[in-house]
Structures are given as C-alpha cells and as structure tokens.
Design a protein around this ligand. Structure first.
Ligand code: BGC
Length: 464
C-alpha cells in the first residue's frame, strides 16, 4: 500500500512539480512594459522574407501537384480547394516589388530559389530561370538591398518527389548538386545562404499530419525525413563552404521553434506528451547541430539514430523562425492522443495560434546553446483585419530587444512576409503581408499596422 502511495505521489505530484519548475512558461506583465522603448544596435539587420512558391506564380513542383487534391479519395488538400496559380506574380513584378522593399526601409531581402524552375528535369538546368534570379540579385544590390537566398523552402521538382524526396538518404545528392550549381552562379554577389527551411515542419506536416505533400501519416518516415533534411543541411554547408567564395559566405539552417506547453501544468500526462513533442520537434535538431548525434526513441516501437560530427561546425548563423507556441492536452480519445487548447485571455491570430511574444525570447535562449549568431529569419502575423499586427510586431521586437540586452547574440530580424501570399494548406486566406495584395488586380498596399515596423526601423536607423 505504501509503495502504491509513494508511486502515486511520485508520478502525479513530484514529477509535474519538477517539470513545472524546470520548464517555466514565461509570462510578462505587458501592462507594465513600455513598448516605445524598443531600441536595437545600429548594426542590426532589418529584412523581410518570401518563398518562391508562395509569391512567384506558375510553379510546377511537389506542392502544385499536391494542390490538385488527394489522388485516391479526391479530397482537397488545400482549404476550399485553392491553388497557388499566379500567386503574387512576383516572378514578373519583382522590379516593382523591390521598390516596395526599399520603401519600408529594410536593407535585406530573404527569398528562395525555385528548384523546379532551375532544374525542371534531373540534371537539366534552365538558363532563363538562372538568369532570372541573377537579375533579381543584381537589381536588389543596385537598390542597396542585400539578397539572402534560401535553397530549399518546402518545394522541389516533381522528379525529385517521384524518387522519394527526403525519405531516402541517397537522394540528398540531388539537392547537393543543385546547391553547388546555384552557389557557383550567385556566390560572387550573395553572402547569406539559408540551406533548408524548417526541416521539422517539412517532416511533421508532410509525414505526420499529412497537411503538406506528400500527405503521408507515418511516424517512422517523419523521423527519417527529419534526419535526412538535417543531414542534407550539413552536407550542403560543407560543400559550399569548400567552394570558391565559400570562406566569405555566411551559411545557416533555418529552424522553426515551436514550444509545446502543457495545458494542465499539474498533469503528468500533459507533461510527458509535451516533453516528447518538444524533443522530436525542437530538441532533437538542436542536439544534432550541437553534438553531431541524432536520436529518436519511441519505446518498443522506433529507434532512429544517426551520427555526423560535421554537424557541430555546420552553421555560421542560426536562422530562427518563430511564431507562437502550442498548449497540449492529453486526450486518449483523440487519434493523436492530444488536442490543442487556447486560453481565452490570449489573443488569437488568424492562424490556429495566439500571440506569445515571450516565446521568441525562450526560443532565442534555447538556440543560443549553439553559440553562434542568431538571425530571426521569420516572424510575422496573419491578421486579415489588421487589428493586431502593430501589437504583434511591437511585442515580438520588444522580446527580441530584451534578449539582446540580456546578452544573447541576435543580429537580425526578417518580418514574414513582404506580401500576402499562398499560405500553404490555408491557401490565400491568411494575410501575413506588410503589404496587402488584391489578387484580382495585383495591387499592393502597405497596411496601417505595418507602419509600426517602418517606424521602428526608421527610429533605429536614424541613430547611425
Ligand atoms: C514558413 C512560411 C510560412 C510561415 C507562416 C513558416 O513556417 O517558412 O513559408 O508562410 O511560416 O505560416
């Protein structure tokens, strides 16, 4: 009896208490914080970001294929069966869009190369597409905007998808060859290179929730794909750093940190679940980049282990994407054994998450373990009514500033996104843009809420 009582006390009282103290969910009293004091070092990098498939238009890749709906069931994969189609016509309108970038005062633009346009068939490169990005780079530079390239932002050619994409470690060589090719083309003018955008998102959405292509639901593949994407990053880093201009290049992975917090801080089940999700989604990647060792163990079910000591020296900077966190409640009746919960006092964005600016501070703390400079490569809000954009920007920038004051090495911030665009499984319903886009006539307009961003940059830059 005593043993039963002790075990009960250990599992249901002591463990939750230890976790509660070890993993606090930071909350600040925003009423007492003066958001007007936001101030950044004068060397701080200010930028904005997009990704090819979301803005260019006319992409034929794994995503456009997925937008056609589920081949077997006929179910739509995208909200209301939307397709990316012409998107923002950024492919043709980029000269004018560069003006828009200039007008908000940022001096850096992060964009991705559309692999499927550059290498539509395996080993066959399209010179027009290569010239297109070359011109984009030249025009950016001539306007005083520094280009920042992402090599893989969720999309790849259909031929690559057909051979199993990142399900097979062998396939990494194709992305490696592509990276080598474009680094050769552009590295004389481009210093900043992001390798893979959000490996954990590609793996979990593509292979666990099935919300991204290839729409599979297989936990083993989720872990394998994550491991292969991280490995691809390391190989790309090593390759391009060994090439001409490699020394001068700044190369880094882009990782989204999304903390899972327990809905009930007293529940050991909520805790165990969140610790597991945090490990798979966040910690396993950071650990790999720190120690060269990747391990995921699901007791009695799955064991994925991988080692590459090159991983420990495979980043010149860490690209941190941060939006929000998730509260998780264990639910035995749910197919995934959990549900997402939201506190009514928290402000919802149009995406299924809340404003949680303290989280960017936590994420910065976490990735600082790698002891390399951090660039916030994405942060922004979907807010179609433009009611909370200003608040969001101020609070997340305040938290970023505080992290710098507290000694963390954050050197830049890119707002996501320059334009409203194709928000993957949500289609065009999510309005992340500093500029709204009317998709009937492609007219762009700076949102009122975005003025806050413009003013903060202006205030900080005028100190130079
Ligand atoms: C992705 C972007 C996306 C943004 C907003 C990030 O996960 O890199 O492509 O649009 O989040 O959801």
């Amino acid at each position: 009896m005593l043993l039963v009582l002790s075990l009960f006390a250990f599992f249901f009282i002591l463990l939750p208490l230890i976790f509660h103290l070890k993993y606090p969910e930071i909350r600040w009293n925003w009423e007492k914080i003066n958001l007007k004091t936001i101030q950044f070092p004068k060397s701080f990098i200010w930028g904005t970001a997009t990704a090819s498939h979301q803005v260019e238009g006319n992409c034929i890749n794994n995503w456009s294929q997925f937008e056609g709906g589920n081949k077997t069931t006929g179910e739509p994969n995208i909200k209301d069966s939307q397709v990316s189609g012409n998107a923002c016509e950024h492919w043709d309108r980029y000269p004018k869009d560069i003006e828009l970038i200039k007008n908000i005062g940022v001096r850096y633009y992060r964009f991705s190369l559309e692999w499927s346009k550059i290498e539509p068939q395996k080993g066959m490169y399209n010179q027009d597409a290569i010239n297109h990005y070359s011109d984009l780079i030249n025009k950016l530079i001539s306007k005083g905007v520094t280009p920042v390239i992402t090599l893989h932002h969720f999309t790849h050619p259909i031929w690559f998808e057909n051979i199993g994409a990142f399900e097979k470690e062998d396939n990494i060589q194709h992305l490696l060859l592509f990276s080598e090719k474009v680094f050769n083309e552009y590295s004389d003018r481009v210093k900043y290179w992001c390798t893979i955008n959000e490996p954990a998102v590609v793996a979990t959405q593509g292979y666990f929730t099935g919300m991204f292509p290839p729409g599979k639901k297989n936990i083993k593949l989720t872990c394998i794909v994550l491991k292969n994407l991280l490995e691809a990053h390391v190989q790309i880093y090593k390759k391009i750093k060994s090439m001409k201009n490699g020394d001068a290049a700044q190369v880094g992975i882009v990782k989204n940190i999304n903390h899972f917090d327990p809905w009930r801080r007293y529940s050991v089940l909520d805790w165990l679940l969140t610790l597991f999700l945090n490990y798979v989604y966040n910690t396993s990647s950071i650990r790999f980049l720190k120690t060269g060792k990747f391990k995921i163990l699901i007791p009695g079910f799955l064991w994925i282990s991988h080692k590459n000591m090159n991983a420990c020296t495979a980043n010149d900077f860490f690209g941190l994407n941060y939006y929000s966190h998730n509260h998780i409640k264990f639910n035995i009746f749910n197919k995934d054994f959990f549900e997402l919960k939201f506190h009514s006092k928290d402000t919802m964005t149009d995406m299924p998450y809340t404003i949680y600016a303290e989280g960017i501070y936590r994420a910065i703390q976490e990735v600082s373990k790698l002891s390399i400079p951090i660039i916030i490569t994405e942060n922004g809000v979907a807010d179609k009514d433009d009611k909370i954009r200003a608040e969001y920007i101020q609070k997340y920038l305040y938290a970023t500033m505080k992290s710098i004051e507290d000694g963390y090495n954050v050197i830049g911030y890119f707002y996501w996104s320059l334009l409203d665009n194709f928000e993957w499984a949500f289609g065009y319903d999510m309005k992340f843009g500093l500029y709204s886009v009317d998709f009937k006539n492609q007219i762009r307009k700076l949102r009122e809420g975005s003025e806050t961003f413009v003013q903060i940059i202006k205030k900080n830059e005028s100190k130079i």
